[in-house]
Design a binder for this molecule. Structure first.
Ligand SMILES: O=C(O)CCC(=O)C(=O)O
Ligand SMILES: [Fe+2]
Length: 227
């Protein structure tokens, strides 16, 4: 499932993050990629050892955690610290699949990467190219979102970032381990949750069948979630 999360960050938050990111130095992105992905990766990243990294990364993580669609779709057990990347002058990231296992650089904890997320920090008018292209069973999807919006997609999907031929594309990117490992079960829970949100608005919180269906959602979650 590819899901668009609108307004994870407000325009003011994006401006502030961009000011600090643009003032910080960027290093070669290939240093944090796996062996295969490194061949394909031509971009730059904020060095996680940079003194500004932890604060900026935490702000993005907090914004995602309070976004209702992120919580409903990802059902996060662990969210790895968001990192920051930058593409310009033809830089790109060719087809690759993200590493399945990563280590939280702050806690040392191993994390299974079920879901990938990109939070766009440049407005689409500010650059040419730079689409995130992800493939699934239904085909190939091109994603380029307003600054502050995010996309979540399966970490197992083949994806790339098209060359940026004008301007600069800055983004935050991160991985999450979900409470529900199976993407089919996770997708079903998300669909049920969204139907429940609509039904609550139509019928009211206290409607007997709304209550019953809420119970069914939680029974499924209880069967499938592995904290
Ligand atoms: O910049 C992006 O949107 C995605 C970056 C990416 O695929 C990665 O770092 O693995
Ligand atoms: Fe990737």
């Amino acid at each position: 499932m590819l899901l668009h999360l609108p307004q994870v960050l407000t325009p003011a938050e994006v401006r502030d993050l961009r000011q600090q990111l643009d003032a910080a130095g960027w290093t070669d992105g290939a240093t944090t990629a796996g062996v295969q992905a490194r061949q394909a990766k031509r971009n730059r990243q904020l060095d996680p050892a940079h003194p500004a990294f932890a604060g900026l990364s935490q702000r993005v993580a907090q914004a995602l955690r309070r976004h209702p669609l992120f919580a409903a779709a990802v059902l996060p057990a662990q969210v790895l610290p968001p990192m920051f990347n930058r593409y310009e002058g033809g830089e790109h990231y060719g087809d690759h699949i993200d590493n399945t296992l990563q280590v939280n650089r702050f806690t040392g904890q191993p994390v299974r990467t079920d879901v990938s997320t990109t939070v766009f920090l440049s407005d689409p008018e500010d650059y040419e190219g730079g689409e995130l292209v992800a493939s699934d069973h239904f085909g190939t999807h091109e994603v380029k979102l307003p600054a502050g919006d995010a996309i979540v997609y399966p970490a197992t999907s083949l994806h790339r970032v098209q060359p940026v031929t004008r301007g600069v594309r800055v983004a935050a990117f991160l991985w999450s381990q979900s409470l529900v490992r199976c993407p089919v079960q996770r997708g079903l829970l998300f669909d049920l949750d969204m139907s429940l949100v609509a039904l609550r608005a139509e019928l009211g919180e206290a409607h007997a069948q709304v209550l019953a269906l809420t119970g069914h959602y939680h029974r499924l979650l209880q069967q499938w979630a592995q904290p």
